[in-house]
Each structure stands twice: as C-alpha cells, then as structure tokens.
Design a protein around this ligand. Structure first.
Ligand SMILES: NC(=O)c1ccc[n+]([C@@H]2O[C@H](COP(=O)([O-])OP(=O)(O)OC[C@H]3O[C@@H](n4cnc5c(N)ncnc54)[C@H](OP(=O)(O)O)[C@@H]3O)[C@@H](O)[C@H]2O)c1
Length: 515
C-alpha cells in the first residue's frame, strides 16, 4: 500500500497498527528504592505519562518498595507531588491520575537483606495479581544505590520471585554498573545466577533519548551519509558531554566515582559505539548490540602508563558561571576537601577497524563548564585541492556534521558558501534541522521509552553484559594508570576545562569545538 499520502498517525492504518503493537502485556512493576530521588524525578513521571498516552494496559500495577515507613496513601500523595513537579506534561489530569493511583501501592522492607520482607512482598504481589487479573508478569526495577543490588537479587531469589513458571520476569538495573571491572563482573555474576541475560535490562538513559535513536536513523535510513562515514572522508570525531552544574546534592556519590566512571564509561562509550558501528543486519536487540560490541572490542587499549598519557584530568576550582560565583569542587558538600577526583576528562581513542583506522575519536566531559551541551561532531577532511585564490580562503573550514543530543536536539551540517558580491569570498554556513521546529509532537522522556521497551521485552536500547565488560576493559587501564599519574589539573568553574586539554588535542593538529 502506498502510505505516502497519509499525513497523521490516526489516518495512517499502518502506523496506527504499529502503535497498537507497542502496548505491553499486563504486569506488576516493582520499584526498589521507591522513596528515592530517581523514582520521583524520572520513574513516576514516566509511568504517569505512559498511562496518560494510553500506552499501558489497564491491568498494570506499580508497587514501590523501600525501607522508609509509608502506607499506600502516603506513597500516592508523595508520587502525586513528584509528578506535579517533574512531569513534562504539567499537572496530572485528575481522571488519569485517579486511574493510575488506584494501581499504585507501597510496601516497606525492614532491610534489603531481610528475607521475611521478600516473603511479604511475594504475598502482596500474589494478592494484587489476583485482584487486578495481571497474569503473573513481573518487572523489577533496582532504583537503589548499587551497594544493595546483590541483597535485592538474593531476596528475589529467596522468595522465588525470579521464578518464571508463571509469566515473564525482567529486571532493570540502574547505572553505575559496577565501580571497576571486578565489581561489574561480580554484579553480572549475581544477576545471571538468578536471571537469564535476556531478562536483564541494564539501563543507560542516553540510549532512550530521541536524538540518540535518530543517529541510527540518520546513518541507516539515508543513503548519503554512509559512503562518507569512514577514514577516507572523516578527519576526526569529537564527542562532548558538557555540564554546567557542579555535583549538586550528589557530592558523596560523585567523589567516589568521578567523570570517567560517571559519564565516559557508560554514556560516552555508548555514543562512540553508535557513531562508529557497522550497519546491523537487522534492527533487533541481538544484531544492534553485536555491532556496538565490535566497536568497543576494536578500541586499541595500551597499558596503564600510556592509557593515562592518552587522557587529561581536571578538577574545577572556584569561578563564575552564568554571572554567579561558584565554589571549587573541594568546597562542595559531601566532597573531601583534598579530593583528587576528576570532574573533567578528555581522551583520545583509536579504533582498529578498516572503517576507522587512523581516525581519532576525542571524548570529553566535564562539570561546571560554560554551557550544558551533549553532541557528536564529525569533522571531515579538507578538499584535496583548493581551486580558489588564497586571498578568499581566510575562513575556509572543513565540513562538519553535528548531532546535537541536548539541550537543542537536532542535526546541523557546516559547509562553505560564497559570500554574495564581486569577489570570490567564502565563509562557512550551516544547514540546521531542529527537532522542536520540525515536529509538533512533544518528545517522550528517555525513561518513558526505556520502561515501555522493558515491558515489551525489547532490549535493543539496553546494554548487554558483554558490552558493559568491554566498556570496563577500556576504562580500567586508565584508572590503573591514574594511580601513578599527577593529580587532576585545576580549571576555573565557567571555563572549558584545564589548559592541558587544549595542548592535548592541539598536539594532533586539531582543536576542541567551542560550543
Ligand atoms: N537520581 C538520578 O537522577 C539518577 C540518574 C541516573 C542514575 N541513577 C541511579 O539510580 C539509582 C537510584 O538513584 P536515586 O538518586 O534515587 O538514589 P537515592 O535517592 O540515593 O536512593 C534511593 C533509595 O534507596 C535507599 N537507599 C539509599 N541509600 C541506601 C543505602 N546506603 N543502603 C540501602 N538503601 C539505601 C533509600 O530508600 P530507603 O532508605 O527508604 O530504603 C533511597 O530512598 C542509583 O543507582 C543511581 O546511581 C540516578
């Protein structure tokens, strides 16, 4: 059928059919750590918006679990306040909220390793399952600090809640996935003793972002980019995750982690794999993740000494951001005053593949930078021969393709254009696509997409055990090398990072983009 003349989803029977197929089966979702920040800021608003858009079945039940004492009524009130404050759709519509809240429950645990608490949970789930006609499916969400993940997995195992004799079982695990290669292997071991790999959904919320998925569409649903997406045409790639904020209330956690673990180990390397991967033979979880894994395995990893040399560490000092004074990292609440944790990291990676040999991939991330921006910038080679008089070339710059991930999602291409007039003067111009300007639809939050995918059993946008391990194999030598390297260099809050980061990229005759 020719669908070109259909304009909207409602008129388009094929697309309407697709939407229907994305309604998951009935299930109970159990959120551990439901008294916490993530549940309020992300999970509840996402679940409410999925309900509002009719994407969840009527027999969908949510049970919050944590140590904090609360009853169902108090939990519902807390979650209502959370949705009011954080939902992209504003204040909840009363009728939708009522229907959602009627299927929202809370169960306090004594401690996360208290086995009778899991027996009580099992009994409560059985009762709710019968009351709402759920049919046995369970999605567990670990929204707790990683230190208790093992206890929860053991508790589920003890109460036979991971048993699949009746309906499916799935578990979503939040980042950070381990603290280093050994702890990540240990966590995978704990999970895979009780669940099978296809039941484990390791979340990296960057993969739920529309623009990140659009990177795959840009590359694999268009014919013009792929032929030039390789070392013959690409000079280098810059992946930037810049944050304007400092550590906020997460000082205690962040001080034990740092920028390399917090951003590069997961988001940075996931963006790298999506940018560099080969076309998968199919858009399904196995094929997409196989191709992403190959990218990670192709990263040339030197020993710790050289690995440390291929990176730059920084830590912000007091400065000015957005016209206001900002404290130095050591003065932040929860941070040890003499801490040597990095709040900035820049690094160069090389992929040993036919497609990318010789093309540097630069990754950088930092806190208290002048602006919040996440982007992937692909800079192309200069033309082999310049035909125009050198006098006109003052501003000639190589072509650039930028995928903006946040905050202004879109794609832009830079190319040279002639400035109108009698002289052959040229300057770079931009062709811009902005999501917000082109599509009237509000973009779903990453967590909406990812929770729905997990309920549907689609793991394409989640990280597989071997991917996580390959990510740590890249990061671990750097962590080891840093043990014997000088401490991070200071950079004033509000600047683009330590001076050495500039010298680092300039040594390869390139420059960081000024965003
Ligand atoms: N918040 C975010 O924006 C965000 C973003 C990305 C990833 N994450 C990840 O998501 C998970 C949850 O994040 P969150 O910000 O919601 O964490 P959180 O507020 O610190 O913790 C969630 C809940 O876990 C329980 N808890 C906290 N510390 C504990 C401890 N030491 N031992 C046992 N239980 C403890 C608390 O509930 P009870 O005391 O009531 O048991 C708390 O309400 C973490 O793994 C985090 O790294 C969070």
């Amino acid at each position: 059928m020719d669908i070109a003349h259909f304009t909207g989803l409602d008129e388009n029977p094929l697309l309407a059919g697709l939407r229907l197929t994305r309604t998951p089966e009935p299930a109970i979702m159990v959120i551990f750590g439901a008294s916490g920040d993530l549940t309020q800021r992300k999970l509840m608003p996402a679940l409410y918006n999925l309900t509002r858009e009719g994407l969840l079945p009527a027999q969908f039940v949510v049970v919050g679990v944590a140590r904090t004492e609360m009853d169902d009524t108090a939990f519902r009130a807390k979650m209502h306040a959370a949705v009011v404050e954080h939902s992209r759709s504003g204040d909840p519509t009363p009728i939708v909220w009522e229907s959602f809240a009627n299927r929202l429950f809370y169960l306090p645990l004594k401690t996360y390793d208290d086995t009778p608490s899991y027996d009580a949970l099992s009994a409560r789930l059985a009762e709710l399952d019968t009351r709402f006609g759920v049919g046995g499916n369970r999605l567990f969400y670990l929204s707790t600090p990683p230190s208790v993940a093992g206890e929860i997995i053991d508790g589920l195992d003890h109460a036979r809640l991971a048993n699949t004799s009746n309906g499916w079982r799935r578990i979503i695990v939040e980042k950070p996935f381990g603290y280093d290669i050994d702890s990540s292997r240990a966590l995978n071991g704990q999970l895979l003793r009780v669940f099978s790999e296809d039941e484990v959904f390791r979340i990296d919320h960057y993969l739920g972002k529309e623009t990140v998925q659009n990177l795959l569409v840009l590359r694999f649903a268009n014919a013009i980019f792929e032929p030039i997406w390789n070392h013959r045409y690409v000079d280098h790639v810059q992946i930037t995750v810049a944050e304007q904020v400092g550590v906020e209330e997460r000082g205690g956690y962040y001080d034990g982690a740092g920028a390399l673990r917090d951003i590069i180990q997961n988001h940075g390397l996931q963006l790298l794999s999506l940018t560099a991967m080969e076309p998968p033979i199919d858009f399904d979880a196995r094929q997409v993740r196989d191709e992403k894994l190959k990218v990670l395995l192709s990263v040339r990893m030197p020993g710790p000494v050289e690995a440390a040399r291929q990176t730059v560490r920084g830590q912000y000092t007091a400065g000015i951001i957005g016209g206001a004074p900002a404290p130095g990292y050591g003065e932040e609440p929860g941070v040890k005053p003499a801490s040597t944790t990095e709040t900035y990291v820049a690094m160069q990676l090389e992929l040993e593949t036919w497609r990318w040999a010789g093309v540097p991939f630069y990754l950088r991330t930092g806190k208290r930078l002048p602006k919040r921006a996440t982007e992937i910038a692909i800079e192309f080679r200069s033309p082999p021969l310049i035909l125009f008089p050198t006098a006109s070339l003052g501003s000639v710059r190589p072509n650039l393709l930028v995928i903006n991930i946040q905050p202004d999602e879109g794609v832009s291409i830079r190319f040279e254009a002639k400035v109108p007039g009698q002289t052959m003067w040229m300057r770079p111009v931009y062709m811009d696509f902005r999501y917000g300007a082109t599509f009237a639809e509000q973009q779903p939050e990453a967590y909406e997409r990812l929770i729905l995918d997990a309920l549907l059993g689609d793991a394409t946008l989640f990280t597989r055990a071997d991917e996580v391990e390959a990510q740590w194999q890249i990061i671990q030598p750097i962590l080891d090398g840093w043990q014997h390297a000088p401490p991070p260099e200071g950079y004033p809050a509000g600047s683009w990072g330590p001076a050495r980061a500039d010298a680092f990229i300039e040594a390869g005759r390139r420059r960081w983009r000024r965003l």
